[in-house]
Design a protein around this ligand. Structure first.
Ligand code: NAP
Length: 515
């Protein structure tokens, strides 16, 4: 019998067995680097002369793998294959569709260390961050499988004498799934399988810096029994084929997670009717953040400093939920700055294949350059109290960087940097701190450290973000515990991992028969 959903436990790498198994997986994956992965269209392997080379950001001369690169014609073919498969997949028993996700979850659980090792090489994740990504992918598969069954049930409708009424959900059609690189397994897998389990078929265009993990996941889905054409693996440059996929008249919906600018572009393009298009496209767009942690004078300052450091520097600050602003009430501001700096100083930065390194590289040269530019901007906007110098090594290493005394309107306090750069901002009191926290175009995550009940209740109402946490870090949302998604320019607030999510991939049908 199917058990209730529960979250996949995270591994403890101080445990000898977990450490040994992960070290073995890292060795094994290292020996498999450099392989080539074609497109998968309608179940068929399709290769191209043009290729995308995925590199290890800790050692950019090391090729993790290459993948075929779709052009516009192959993007069109991917849509056509998805459309063909939709005819039968939409009629599958929802429980049978869900079983494929559960089989994939079981396989991923068995191969957990291997997938986490791929994340270490391709995304530069520390062991713990890689394990959390893999665990979240398992959670999505388990949870969305159950949700697929739940949403397929007949929906309640009030009885009307003389009529028999039925209300139920049906899938939308062909969806284009465009995930980011920062959770290249969990977010990619969650977006893809939520759409598919609801009866849609998918063209998956992975992020170009992390396509190998996606290729491995598509293989896993095939092994679990996903029919040809339900998930079409279609890597290619977002700039080159993204518009084509979004504008295609047979695309029914676009599920996107990534930056504000690309999200806005997709939103606009999808709103324009293409020749031959007979529906309004649905867009699910989860975008950036400029997330804040607010600390007042009643807070446990050690806990606050721990929370700020974990949220700001976990996975090199490359989480949409990362704390990039610490807003601290003046009377404890100096104290908190000192505690945060003291903790951040102890973080070791280096190649993540070595478990002693808590922080690895940022994702690529472009990210490295952009973050360094922001650090230069930050020097002029406050006091640089930690970081700045790139860490040793050929990879894209940037150490934890803290700028304090930053004004709320400074660029580093307003723009998403997406790297290990924390702006610390003094506030006169809690009320002003809340105003500063809300003075952003984003609204993804936030946290408050306080022991004052009235203030926490005020923040519950007034702190305008999709995921708000009290007296803990603002990263690490868990599936079906903290449904995830943001307000304003952070996106359409889809609440991934929540019980409304599957509804985004469905439409309701009402059938009435006169008796
Ligand atoms: P990105 O540059 O916007 O890329 C995201 C995806 O969009 C990639 O697959 C990319 O493909 C594709 N793309 C680029 N241009 C496109 C176009 N014109 N049309 C269609 N697709 C296009 O974002 P990223 O750097 O991967 O991810 C970091 C961003 O994601 C941050 O802003 C972060 O806050 C956000 N994020 C948000 C959430 C959330 O839940 N709100 C979660 C994770 C990340 P290529 O790789 O080929 O360019």
């Amino acid at each position: 019998m199917l058990t209730d959903f529960s979250n996949e436990p995270l591994l403890d790498f101080s445990n000898d067995t977990s450490r040994r198994l992960m070290a073995e997986a890292v060795e094994a994956v290292q020996s498999r680097l450099g392989a080539h992965y074609p497109l998968v269209l309608g179940g068929e392997r399709v290769d191209t002369r043009d290729r995308i080379r995925s590199v290890n950001p800790a050692q950019p001369d090391e090729t993790v793998g290459t993948v075929a690169k779709a052009d516009a014609a192959l993007a069109d073919r991917a849509i056509a294959e998805a459309e063909k498969a939709f005819v039968t997949w939409r009629r599958w028993d929802p429980a049978a569709r869900a079983r494929i996700l559960w089989r994939a979850a079981a396989a991923l659980r068995r191969r957990k260390f291997e997938f986490s090792a791929w994340l270490v090489f391709e995304a530069g994740k520390s062991w713990a961050e890689a394990d959390a990504d893999t665990a979240e992918a398992i959670d999505f598969l388990e949870f969305y499988g159950r949700e697929g069954v739940r949403w397929s049930r007949e929906q309640p409708a009030t009885r009307l004498p003389g009529e028999e009424n039925h209300v139920f959900y049906i899938p939308l059609g062909v969806g284009v799934v465009i995930p980011p690189w920062n959770f290249p397994l969990a977010i990619m897998a969650g977006m893809t399988t939520a759409a598919a389990v609801a009866g849609n078929t998918v063209v998956l265009k992975p992020a170009s810096v992390t396509p190998v993990v996606a290729a491995k996941f598509v293989e896993l889905l095939e092994e679990a029994g996903i029919p040809p054409g339900v998930v079409n693996f279609c890597p290619g440059s977002g700039g080159a084929i993204g518009d084509r996929l979004v504008q295609h008249p047979r695309t029914r919906f676009i599920s996107f997670t990534g930056s504000r600018d690309v999200g806005l572009r997709i939103w606009e393009l999808a709103a324009k009717r293409s020749p031959g298009q007979i529906w309004l496209k649905r867009v699910i767009a989860e975008m950036g953040g400029k997330d804040a942690i607010l600390v007042d004078e009643t807070a446990d300052l050690d806990a606050a400093a721990d929370g700020i450091v974990a949220s700001a520097f976990g996975y090199q600050g490359q989480k949409c939920s990362a704390c990039s602003r610490a807003i601290v009430v003046k009377s404890v501001y100096r104290d908190v700055v000192e505690r945060v700096v003291a903790r951040a100083k102890t973080i070791t930065v280096g190649p993540p294949r070595d478990p002693r390194n808590a922080m690895g590289p940022v994702i690529d040269q472009a990210a490295f350059d952009k973050i360094r530019e922001y650090i230069a901007v930050g020097r002029g906007e406050g006091n640089l109290v930690l970081g700045a110098k790139p860490a040793e090594g050929p990879g894209y290493f940037i150490p934890p960087t803290i700028v304090e005394g930053v004004a709320p309107a400074a660029r580093i306090a307003c723009e998403e940097i997406f790297g290990p750069v924390l702006a610390m901002i003094p506030a006169t009191d809690f009320g002003q701190g809340l105003e500063i926290a809300n003075a952003t175009e984003y609204g993804l995550t936030g946290a408050v450290f306080s022991r004052d009940r009235a203030r926490l209740e005020r923040a519950r109402e007034e702190f305008h973000c999709g995921n708000l946490y009290f007296n803990r870090k603002c990263t690490g949302a868990l599936v079906d515990v903290h449904p995830f998604g943001g307000f304003n320019m952070s996106g359409t607030d889809s609440k991934a991992g929540g019980r409304d999510y599957l509804g985004l991939f469905l439409q309701m049908k009402s059938v009435c028969e006169r008796l």
